[in-house]
Design a protein around this ligand. Structure first.
Ligand code: FAD
Ligand code: NAP
Ligand code: SF4
Length: 675
């Protein structure tokens, strides 16, 4: 599909017209907290130049107690307003529109001063909130309204009032967190009084010619969540109170159901937004796991919403909309929904960026400029490190040849993409392929590069990746032992009972691969919903299926082991590790830490526990899969260096420990930007 007729239909909002149906959803990037306002401005201006109709900033705190963490950014002073003006001016100069999100975190605020409807601690925060009295509630309303007014003073075109994801306003809506018996609790009319009052007073304060978006939780995915009748009642009251647009929120942060991770099917929740269509007269926006123009167009064409919100796809590619409009969809860098460089960074206190696009949030620091002197460059290895280096160097005008011994590009990404729930890696490899063509990189596949093939190049980049670590377990040469490469690339036969040695990212992925029956639920929405226990919120309160998660039985009986005496999977991604652990638990995978690998024979794997090698145990299995980490593959680099050649070594070939595609792409891009 190249004619995105729905996507590119303007949307009339009364005092202003949006040029297309794409909203860049709110993301906390950490940029505002740097106080480098030129950098913040360029982040948003780049997306405005890229054609998105309207953007929403990361959440701004209305007051200290409502900030997501101590020191969270907000518009508290005249200086704050002047600083935000730098951002809004840059966006307007670039032809864009921008709204500021007002985010009161309530009991999700990470600090002892946090407040809420009732003093009930959230499972994801150590701080019990203080219960607000009548005056306290009035103060919160005033502060949220004041933040909207200040947003207008700072030049924003609108404000988004955050009412979903389990934040402050959402906490008043459901009995799960609101046990009050006064006029702010009890009946639904009372529980929805706060959000409606906030919107009513905000509209009165900001005037008619200002966009007010209300983000409304349409499926809470928590016990005692809202029914869909309540969602409709709230949406109608929010419209009557003066909102311009209703945006969709999916799931509270404490929900134990994935809502945006890569294993969530694309547009998995648009059917929920569709249920609201026709019940309100103002435009409705849908969101979550919409990451290509085709998916966005389909969501609009099938009447799920009036507009789509995409957030992370604008980290991956600032020019998403412009490329779609030009028919260059294949050149849009895809958001693979990994969370590795965006949300995982946010939750580690680091500035967000993007695995696929290291320039995201680093626009003013990492610039890809034409090279002063074009050179002839060889890149060996077409994994993510080599691909990024080759494409970036070619973009700068260098004459680049990329070589790989494999017959296809992608390196280890070709193993990642066969894992159930990691199908987005297909799109990433396809994008690399399109970019090689677009930038004119000479591609030479099926070539095992040896030292002599490197003559005639000014610069040599070695991106030859890694080799699996040999764990040296007695008996590992037996026919019942295979490596993850044999399983994921070679199609090795694996028996019914399996031991996986090594519980790192690859051990977990292999365990998911081996326990999966039939196709991947990530490509089958009804099956995925059954697996995680998601129901229609019109039939089950909060959208939680009464029968709970019902995964398919595991295809194999798997034991996943590591030597470290800690919970396996503890070091996986901050925002996604729990999903991998829950998935394997649902497949009855046995996870063991603190083991020693004694030996292997035809009966299986012999282990013991602890430094004293206690409790000798035989795990009777048919197959043992080695996933014991990786070592740099740098023989070629060492030989070339010994011969006096100047080489640059990147990715796994440089350092294999804690290597992932994020580091590989970042290193490749930064090296090529400097050559
Ligand atoms: P590689 O991807 O290993 O590429 C090296 C390339 O060099 C290969 O194509 C190889 O054929 C070529 N080569 C080697 N020697 C020569 C030679 N002499 N001549 C020619 N060519 C040569 N990372 C993430 O960030 N997120 C994930 O979710 C994720 N999931 C993964 C799942 C699995 C199952 C696996 C195996 C890996 C996963 N990774 C993930 C890790 C990620 O794929 C690697 O970190 C990344 O691919 C390393 O990039 P690289 O370019 O350094 O090396
Ligand atoms: P890893 O994460 O370093 O895990 C290696 C595993 O092997 C660990 O469980 C380790 O645990 C074990 N091990 C190490 N030395 C061993 C030895 N001598 N004998 C036996 N076991 C040994 O590496 P990986 O799983 O190979 O993954 C490679 C990289 O790909 C990782 O850095 C990861 O970031 C990336 N990756 C990421 C994802 C993702 O979803 N983000 C998914 C897959 C891979 P013990 O030392 O405790 O035994
Ligand atoms: Fe998307 Fe991953 Fe980039 Fe985040 S880091 S924007 S999830 S590709």
């Amino acid at each position: 599909m190249t004619n995105y007729s729905h996507l590119f239909t303007p949307l009339e909002l009364g005092h202003v017209t949006l040029k297309n149906r794409v909203l860049m959803g709110s993301m906390h990037t950490g940029l505002e907290e740097t106080k480098d306002w030129a950098r913040v401005a360029e982040f948003y201006a780049a997306r405005a130049r890229g054609g998105v109709a309207l953007m929403v900033t990361g959440g701004m705190a209305p007051n200290r107690e409502g900030g997501v963490f101590p020191g969270a950014a907000g518009l508290f002073t005249d200086d704050d307003i002047a600083n935000h003006r730098i951002v809004t001016d840059a966006v307007h100069d670039a032809g864009g529109l921008i709204a500021m999100q007002v985010l009161h975190a309530g009991r999700y605020a990470y600090g002892p001063e946090c407040v809420s409807a009732s003093p009930i601690k959230s499972p994801i925060s150590p701080f019990p909130p203080k219960e607000l009295d009548e005056d306290g509630i009035e103060k919160q309303i005033t502060d949220i309204v004041t933040a909207c007014v200040r947003a207008r003073e700072a030049g924003y075109d609108g404000a988004e009032i955050m009412g979903s994801e389990g934040y402050f306003l959402n906490q008043f809506l459901v009995r799960h967190t609101n046990k009050r018996t006064d006029r702010w609790g009890g009946s639904y009319e009372n529980r929805m009084r706060l959000p409606v009052e906030v919107v009513r007073r905000a509209r009165a304060a900001v005037g008619d010619d200002f966009i007010l978006i209300y983000r409304l939780s349409m499926i809470d995915l928590i016990p005692e969540g809202s029914t869909f009748d309540e969602v409709i009642e709230l949406a109608q009251a929010i419209e009557a109170a003066g909102a311009t647009i209703i945006n969709t929120g999916i799931g509270w942060h404490e929900a134990r159901i994935p809502t945006i991770a890569t294993s969530v099917p694309r547009a998995a929740f648009s059917w929920v937004t569709k249920k609201l269509m026709g019940h309100v007269g103002i435009p409705v926006i849908t969101s979550n796991r919409i990451n290509t123009p085709d998916v966005a167009e389909d969501v609009l064409a099938t009447g799920c919403a009036d507009m789509v919100s995409m957030a992370r796809p604008f980290l991956a590619d600032a020019n998403f909309v412009a490329k779609a409009a030009a028919g260059d969809t294949h050149l849009i860098a895809p958001c693979i929904a990994c969370n590795q460089a965006c949300l995982d960074h946010t939750f580690s206190g680091k500035i967000s960026t993007c695995l696929v696009n290291p320039r995201a949030c680093h626009e003013t620091e990492l610039e890809i400029k034409p090279a002063d002197t074009p050179k002839k460059i060889a890149v060996v290895g077409a994994g993510p490190a080599g691909l990024s280096a080759a494409i970036t160097a070619a973009q700068r005008g260098h004459d680049v040849t990329l070589l790989d011994r494999d017959t296809r590009i992608g390196g280890q990404l070709n193993m990642a993409r066969v894992i159930p729930g990691k199908e987005e890696f297909h799109g990433l490899v396809d994008w690399f392929s399109a970019m090689l063509k677009q930038t004119g990189v000479h591609l030479s596949l099926g070539v095992d590069v040896t030292d002599d093939k490197m003559d005639g190049f000014d610069d040599i980049i070695i991106a030859t990746g890694v080799a699996p670590r040999d764990p040296g377990i007695p008996g590992q040469d037996g026919p019942n032992v295979v490596t993850y490469i044999d399983v994921l690339r070679g199609g090795a036969t694996v028996g019914q009972r399996v031991a996986v040695i090594g519980a790192g990212g690859i051990g977990f992925d292999v365990a998911e691969f081996l326990t999966q029956t039939g196709g991947s639920p990530s490509e089958n929405l009804p099956e995925w919903m059954v697996e995680w226990g998601i129901a229609d919120p019109a039939k089950a309160r909060g959208g939680l299926a009464p029968e709970g998660p019902r995964p398919e039985p595991a295809a194999r009986q798997v034991t996943l082991l590591q030597r470290k005496a800690e919970r396996p999977g503890k070091r996986l991604g901050k925002t996604t590790g729990w999903i991998h652990r829950a998935t394997l638990k649902m497949k009855n995978v046995t996870m063991m830490g603190g083991v020693n690998y004694e030996r292997i024979d035809a009966r299986g794997l012999y282990i013991s526990f602890g430094e004293a090698r206690e409790r000798p145990t035989l795990i009777e299995v048919d197959t043992i899969v080695l996933c014991a980490g990786q070592l740099p593959q740098r023989g070629l680099a060492d030989r070339l260096q010994a011969a006096g050649r100047m080489v640059h070594v990147i990715g796994g070939a440089d350092v294999a420990a804690e290597l992932d595609a994020k580091r590989a792409i970042d290193q490749g891009t930064r090296l090529a930007a400097a050559l």
